[in-house]
Design a protein around this ligand. Structure first.
Ligand code: SAM
Ligand code: SF4
Length: 328
C-alpha cells in the first residue's frame, strides 16, 4: 500500500468526510435559517459508482475512515446502497454518518445492516420548544428516540453534536452534561463558525470553546491528554466516569495543527479546508475504473498543497456560504 496521505506540514489524512447531498429538511439558525434553496444549473450528485471509485482511490492512499454527511445525508435516496458500497471498499474500516436524526428511529437497523458503525446526531437543545425554534421542527422526541433505536440496532459509537450559542442555548450546559452522564454518551460541543451567510448570527451568538472548557473543569470534568493522531476535539471525562465531552474550537490556537480530514462535496469537489477557497473538481477522474492511478496521483498532489491553517481570525471564511454546502 502507498504511504499515508500527508501534506507539506506533515499532517496525515486518514479520514474523509463525504457529502451525499446539499439538501436539508431542517432550518438550523446558524446554517440554513431560511431552509434549503435549490440553485439553478447545479450538477447532479456523485453517483454510487463515482463514489465507489473516489473512495477506492482514497483507500489506496491509506485512508480508512469515511463519514457520510451533507446537507442531510438521510435524504439521499441511495443512502443504503452508498453505505454498503463504501463499507465494502478494501481498506475502509470505519463508516460513520452525521445526521440531524430525521427518521432515525425507523431506519437505524437498516443503517447498521448497511455497514454504518458510528453516528453523530445533532441535538442543539434538550428543550422541545427551543429545539423547534433552532431547527424549524418540533422533533426533539423523535430524534432522541432515534438515538435509542440506533443503540439497540448495535451502533455502539454514537455521539451527540451540539452547537452551543451565546444567548440561545448556553444556559443548557448543565442539562447537557447531566444528560451525557445519565446515558453514558459522548457529546461534542461545536463552536459556532462564521460562514459567508451567517456573519451577524456569528457576531451575536459565538461562544468560545475556552469558556465551555472552563465551565466543565469547574464542575469537575477532567481534561484528557491528547492521543497521537486524534482529531481536533479537546476531550473531557465526566466526574462520575460515565460520559465524555469533546469541544471543537476552530478559533483556538493550534486547531489546524491537528487537522486529519479531507472533504469531498456531493458534486465531487475536493475541499482541503472547510474554510478554504473553491473546491477542486475530482469528478472528471471518477468516470472509469481505468482512471484510478491518475486520480490517486491527483489527490496526493493536491493534498500536499493544503494550507497550514484557516484565515478565520482575519474574518475570512473562505468560499463556504454555509456548512450544508460542503458537509460540516
Ligand atoms: N445535517 C446533518 C447534521 O446537522 O448533523 C449533517 C450536516 S451538518 C452541516 C454537520 C454538523 O455541522 C452539524 O453538527 C451542525 O450542527 C454543524 N454546523 C453546521 N453549521 C455550523 C456552523 N456555522 N458552525 C458550527 N457548526 C455548524
Ligand atoms: Fe441541515 Fe445539518 Fe445545516 Fe441543520 S446543521 S440546517 S440539519 S445541514
Amino acid at each position: 500500500m502507498s504511504p499515508p496521505l500527508h501534506d507539506g506540514q506533515g499532517r496525515r489524512f486518514e479520514y474523509l468526510r463525504l457529502s451525499l447531498t446539499d439538501v436539508c429538511n431542517f432550518r438550523c439558525s446558524y446554517c440554513l435559517p431560511d431552509g434549503y434553496r435549490k440553485q439553478a444549473g447545479q450538477p447532479t450528485n456523485l453517483s454510487v459508482d463515482e463514489i465507489r471509485r473516489l473512495v477506492t482511490a482514497f483507500a489506496r492512499l491509506g485512508l480508512w475512515k469515511v463519514r457520510l454527511t451533507g446537507g442531510e445525508p438521510s435524504l439521499r435516496q441511495e443512502l443504503l446502497e452508498i453505505a454498503r458500497t463504501v463499507a465494502a471498499v478494501p481498506g475502509i474500516r470505519k463508516l460513520a454518518m452525521t445526521t440531524n436524526g430525521y427518521r432515525l428511529a425507523d431506519r437505524a437497523a437498516d443503517y447498521a445492516a448497511a455497514g454504518i458503525d458510528a453516528l453523530n446526531v445533532s441535538v442543539d437543545s434538550l428543550e422541545p420548544a427551543r429545539f423547534a425554534a433552532i431547527t424549524g421542527h418540533d422533533w426533539l422526541g423523535e430524534v432522541l428516540g432515534g438515538i435509542t433505536a440506533a443503540r439497540r440496532a448495535g451502533i455502539s459509537a454514537i455521539k451527540l453534536n451540539s452547537v452551543l450559542m451565546h444567548g440561545v442555548n448556553d444556559d443548557e450546559l448543565n442539562s447537557f452534561t447531566a444528560f451525557v452522564a445519565e446515558h453514558d454518551l459522548t457529546l461534542r460541543f461545536i463552536e459556532v463558525m462564521r460562514t459567508n451567510d451567517n456573519p451577524e448570527f456569528f457576531n451575536d451568538h459565538h461562544l468560545a470553546g475556552a469558556v465551555i472548557a472552563d465551565q466543565l473543569e469547574r464542575s469537575g470534568w477532567q481534561r484528557l491528554p491528547r492521543e497521537a493522531g486524534a482529531g481536533p476535539a479537546i476531550e473531557f471525562a465526566a466526574p462520575g466516569g460515565r460520559g465524555r465531552i469533546g469541544i471543537i474550537a476552530p478559533y483556538s490556537k493550534d486547531f489546524c495543527a491537528s487537522c486529519n480530514r479531507l472533504r469531498v462535496s456531493a458534486k465531487g469537489k475536493l475541499h482541503l479546508c472547510l474554510f478554504g477557497d473553491v473546491g477542486i473538481d475530482l469528478r472528471p477522474l471518477v468516470q472509469d475504473d481505468a482512471q484510478l492511478d491518475e486520480l490517486t496521483g491527483r489527490i496526493v498532489a493536491l493534498t500536499a498543497t493544503k494550507a497550514p491553517g484557516h484565515r478565520l481570525h482575519q474574518g475570512n471564511s473562505g468560499a463556504t456560504p454555509h456548512l450544508a454546502s460542503i458537509g460540516g
